[in-house]
Design a protein around this ligand. Structure first.
Ligand SMILES: C[S@@+](CC[C@H](N)C(=O)[O-])C[C@H]1O[C@@H](n2cnc3c(N)ncnc32)[C@H](O)[C@@H]1O
Length: 236
């Protein structure tokens, strides 16, 4: 059985879409288990870093079930929040009748939006899944208004430290075992930790952001070096 990491281009994107489609019903539960419930705090921080004014337009890209966009609305009920993803099942699993959220079937590499329309674009655990990181960043830069903010929450390649053996047991044994048990999709929960270890270091992602033109780039590392929040601004 091939994993998305052994594939490139369109084949990899299709595999990623199918994988998220299958795990969609249990995605939120597994997220809470994998992160020990810490993702709530990271999501809050992402929204704080987006510095949304009243009435701001927010795009949550690779929104999945929409938790980040929902947190945006919780902190700033006056904003317009759009949750966008290319896996319809993830968005279906996240829809609530009570939500003020808008949804859009969207490929992060070809945003179906004009130039300079959003005050902030945020993403959670999207960037390590896209097949072309520079292009995804360029698209976000294009769709942001001048002065608009990008905030990226994702895993990051952990540096070796005293906790490395424990992190490896968590990533390579516990997550695939629990994920397989809960969703019946052990392959997906083997891919998630493997893609974390093959993803960019935080400094490398920051360099990609700078290369497409973002300024005031910074990042913060969390969860024993396995999670990073990056942010930056489009020049006004
Ligand atoms: C790990 S989930 C993250 C979901 C949510 N953002 C969160 O914070 O929990 C990654 C999401 O990115 C989406 N995705 C991956 N590649 C994409 C692309 N090229 N365009 C749009 N969505 C994409 C997947 O469909 C999936 O819903």
């Amino acid at each position: 059985m091939t994993t998305p990491l052994e594939q490139t281009g369109k084949a990899r994107a299709e595999h990623v879409e199918k994988m998220f489609s299958k795990i969609a019903p249990k995605y939120d539960l597994m997220n809470k288990i994998m992160t020990g419930g810490q993702d709530i705090y990271w999501r809050r921080e992402v929204i704080c870093r987006a510095k949304l004014d009243a009435g701001a337009s927010l795009l949550d890209l690779g929104a999945g079930t929409g938790d980040l966009a929902r947190e945006g609305l919780k902190q700033n009920p006056t904003i317009h929040a759009l949750a966008a993803d290319f896996t319809l099942n993830m968005m279906r699993a996240g829809r609530r009748d009570s939500d003020k959220l808008d949804w859009s079937a969207t490929d992060a590499l070809n945003l179906p939006f004009g130039d300079e329309v959003f005050d902030a674009i945020i993403s959670g655990f999207l960037m390590r899944n896209v097949i072309d990181i520079p292009r995804a960043l360029k698209e976000q830069y294009r769709a942001l208004k001048p002065g608009g903010r990008i905030v990226i929450l994702d895993t990051t390649k952990p540096r070796k430290n005293i906790l490395t053996p424990l992190i490896n047991i968590h990533l390579h044994y516990i997550i695939p075992f629990v994920g397989g048990l809960l969703t019946g999709e052990r392959d997906a929960y083997t891919y998630l930790p493997e893609s974390t270890q093959q993803f960019l270091r935080a400094e490398e992602l920051a360099a990609h952001m700078a290369a497409v033109g973002f300024k005031n780039i910074n990042f913060e590392i969390k969860m024993f070096g396995t999670i990073a929040i990056h942010w930056g601004v489009k020049d006004s």
